[in-house]
Write a protein of this length. Structure first.
Length: 407
């Protein structure tokens, strides 16, 4: 268990509790330990002691600080194990044992937190971290006791033993003294284990249950197969529970909302494109004949399809003697834009709709009387206004006259 005296705020809280419990000496000792082991405060204290000429005190402060840092690194998994192996290699069994015990205890805290998280989420991770620390303290105490043939408590067990000893001491002294500092360290140590477990599971496992997908597997006893959805250092499997079902429902609703949003964006983009097409089709340009006189207005996209049409009458043919085959051949040569998309017949009264397309008047009016969508795209129209397409009508009329077709 960590040293609470070196932690800012926690150390001051402990000192305050000791003071109100009439343990003034304990409160003073706590603050002395804090000033020697807190990373920043200890360096300031050591510098002040050196400036005052008390080099021995400055050295003691640095030794206390280094010892605190050394104990802290012992509790870090992997790093603490590496330190233990290095100490064993140097024949420093005491330091090796301490590093191995502390780092292994932290592994137990994280393992207990992971199991607790599976059962009850974050609250389970917190309580599981505490339980994991207690379990490891029991294992280490039992192993140490068997190896050394004497009772050697560790962690919570050592704190409880120290508390019992303090109570016996207070009984011998007639009730004087205080056990507030020990009780505080015990509670703070438990809170520390819980926070370490909660932080570790959040860091390693992400959102509990959010990294695995469970699906029914074949064969055997109808077991479940876990498929990793995302690369992660630790795989945490959450059995199907009411809470997980609720989370799945929420994720499904979120996916539906995202799909609706994407559909709206797509429809808006299509609508904007159709609007641009309509503006382009409705925009008219002036075509001039060889003498510079104005002849007819028509949409720009008809220019290429009607480039062969003579609007000045140069290609007019004599109608006398024209055969029936020639008439139908000329009819089949009419550009597609001359025909209504609804009736597929030659338009005689073309009207531009707000979707940018041109239709025969009676056909589009009949269509809009029963629905409010575009006949070409089936997209809802902003309005049902119709604009006569005089330009196209003039082009159709001139084309038909040039080909000898009835209009």
């Amino acid at each position: 268990m960590g040293n609470t005296d070196s932690v800012p705020v926690v150390s001051q809280t402990k000192s305050f509790v000791q003071y109100i419990c009439h343990d003034k000496k304990g409160a003073l000792d706590t603050q002395k330990n804090f000033s020697k082991t807190c990373p920043v405060v200890s360096q300031i204290r050591s510098l002040v002691e050196h400036q005052l000429g008390d080099d021995d005190a400055a050295l003691d402060t640095q030794i206390a600080f280094i010892d605190g840092v050394d104990k802290f690194t012992d509790s870090i998994p992997i790093l603490g194990h590496a330190k233990g192996l290095y100490a064993y290699a140097k024949k420093d069994k005491e330091s090796g044992d301490r590093a191995m015990k502390c780092s292994s205890r932290t592994v137990g805290v994280i393992g207990g937190a992971a199991l607790g998280a599976l059962a009850a989420g974050p609250a389970g991770a917190f309580s599981g971290g505490i339980a994991g620390g207690m379990a490891m303290d029991g294992v280490i105490t039992e192993a140490d006791t068997r190896i050394h043939k004497q009772f050697r408590p560790h962690g919570y067990i050592a704190m409880m033993e120290l508390l019992a000893e303090k109570e016996r001491e207070m009984e011998r002294e007639g009730g004087t003294g205080s056990k507030a500092g020990i009780v505080f360290d015990l509670l703070a140590g438990a809170a520390s284990d819980g926070m370490i477990g909660l932080a570790a599971t959040s860091r390693l496992g992400g959102k509990i249950g959010g990294r695995v997908r469970v699906r029914e597997g074949g064969g055997g006893g109808g077991g479940a197969m876990m498929e990793l959805l995302q690369d992660h250092p630790v795989l945490i499997y959450t059995p199907p529970t009411a809470l997980e079902s609720m989370h799945e429902s929420e994720r499904e609703r979120e996916r539906e909302r995202e799909e609706e949003r994407l559909e709206r964006v797509w429809l808006q983009s299509v609508s904007r494109e159709r609007e641009r097409e309509r503006e382009r089709d409705v925009r008219m340009i002036v075509v001039h004949d060889d003498q510079g006189g104005r002849r007819v207005l028509f949409p720009p996209d008809l220019e290429s399809s009607l480039s062969s049409v003579s609007l000045s009458g140069e290609r007019e043919r004599e109608r006398d003697g024209e055969s029936e085959d020639s008439y139908f051949e000329a009819l089949n040569e009419l550009p597609d834009v001359f025909f209504c998309p609804i009736t597929t017949e030659l338009m005689r009264d073309p009207m531009v709709c707000t979707d940018g397309h041109t239709y025969e008047r009676h056909a589009i009016e009949s269509w809009l009387s029963t629905r409010n969508t575009s006949p070409m795209t089936n997209i809802p129209l902003k309005n049902t206004d119709l604009v006569p397409n005089h330009a196209l009508k003039s082009v159709i009329m001139n084309y038909c006259e040039a080909r000898g077709l009835n209009f």
